[in-house]
Ligand binder design. Structure first.
Ligand SMILES: [Zn+2]
Length: 81
């Protein structure tokens, strides 16, 4: 099975304020990392399955980047809007 990154089949939604990173999931949805950068209070939210950070108050960008990317690599939900 290929895990190569591909362009989403869906239109990219508007980019919210403080969007730091946006990953595409294998289902074609997006995982947004929103926050203030390297400091705490970053969170990730999947626009496909609605999963999100458990403890956003503790999430530095360096840590949350990997978590968000791992979720994007596993999530098969498609965007419903
Ligand atoms: Zn998801």
């Amino acid at each position: 099975m290929s895990t190569a990154v591909r362009a989403s089949a869906f239109n990219e939604p508007e980019r919210p304020k403080n969007l730091q990173i946006r990953f595409t999931t294998i289902g074609g949805a997006f995982v947004d990392v929103i926050g203030l950068g390297e400091h705490r209070m970053n969170r990730w939210t999947c626009r496909g399955c609605k999963d999100s950070s458990r403890f956003p108050e503790e999430d530095y960008l360096a840590r949350i980047r990997e978590k968000a990317n791992d979720h994007a690599a596993a999530c098969r939900a498609i965007p419903l809007t």
